[in-house]
Design a protein around this ligand. Structure first.
Ligand code: PPS
Ligand code: ADP
Length: 206
């Protein structure tokens, strides 16, 4: 019996089918690929490319995209610091469930604060792969596919990451993706880098 947060008198319910059985069934090891970076850095593009590459290899993945999760589970949250922290905490908890289910969960969120990402890492020992989209702000702003940087520069969006809100680059990420000689690698090249990492670490085997 335990107490967690506001819940008292609660018990952990075991299941007859465990992580190892699911791993054998799916022939893969559940994990979380956590993609962090500025708006416009290419997080969603990489998430989609990676998910597709995994699919073609017969590997089951699922994308948790910040924009999408904010349409449902997190629609009560905005962009002030404590809302962003709660956003990351909830997505971390959901990602943990997906990883436990055996999926390769691809979380794609700005996740600007190091302590929030580290809290998710701590929830997922040996199953958290942090991917940093280390793209220059100037490139993200030039891309501006949703016109949000323009609005932020015009003062029409307050607290926009990279403009008047902080982004803390990771200090201990597993994979860092950046431009080579001023050129951004293709989405499939970036996905390939992540797949190589997953293969090398045994996540794509039962
Ligand atoms: N103020 C502000 N700052 C940053 N981003 C903003 C803001 N307002 C709206 N948006 C849009 O929300 C998307 C980011 O949501 P996230 O859940 O990933 O953000 S966070 O991790 O909680 O910081 C982000 O999507 P991406 O461009 O895909 O990163 C934006 O479309
Ligand atoms: N590797 C890439 N090479 C060229 N353009 C890219 C690349 N990745 C993303 N883009 C483009 O940059 C823009 C922002 O990408 P997106 O994946 O939406 O970023 P984020 O999810 O981080 O906001 C999109 O228009 C996308 O087509």
């Amino acid at each position: 019996m335990s107490t967690m947060g506001n819940s008292t008198n609660i018990f952990w319910q075991e299941s007859p089918v465990g992580k190892l059985e699911r791993r054998k069934l799916l022939n893969q090891k559940g994990c979380v690929v956590w993609i962090t970076g500025l708006s416009g850095s290419g997080k969603s593009t990489l998430a989609c490319s990676l998910s597709w590459e995994l699919h073609t290899r017969g590997k089951l993945s699922y994308i948790l995209d910040g924009d999408n999760v904010r349409h449902g589970l997190n629609k009560d949250l905005g962009f002030k610091a404590e809302d962003r922290t709660e956003n990351i905490r909830r997505v971390g908890e959901v990602a943990k469930l997906f990883a436990d289910a055996g999926l390769i969960c691809i979380a794609s969120l700005i996740s600007p604060y190091g302590k929030d990402r580290d809290a998710c890492r701590a929830m997922l020992p040996d199953a958290f792969i942090e991917v940093f989209m280390n793209m220059p702000l100037a490139l993200c702003e030039e891309r501006d596919p949703k016109g949000l940087y323009k609005l932020a520069r015009a003062g029409k969006i307050k607290g926009f990451t990279g403009i008047d809100d902080p982004y803390e680059p990771p200090l201990n990420c597993e994979i860092e993706l950046n431009q080579k000689d001023g050129v951004c690698p293709t989405p499939s090249a970036m996905a390939g880098e992540v797949i190589t990492y997953l293969e090398d670490k045994g996540y794509l085997q039962g």
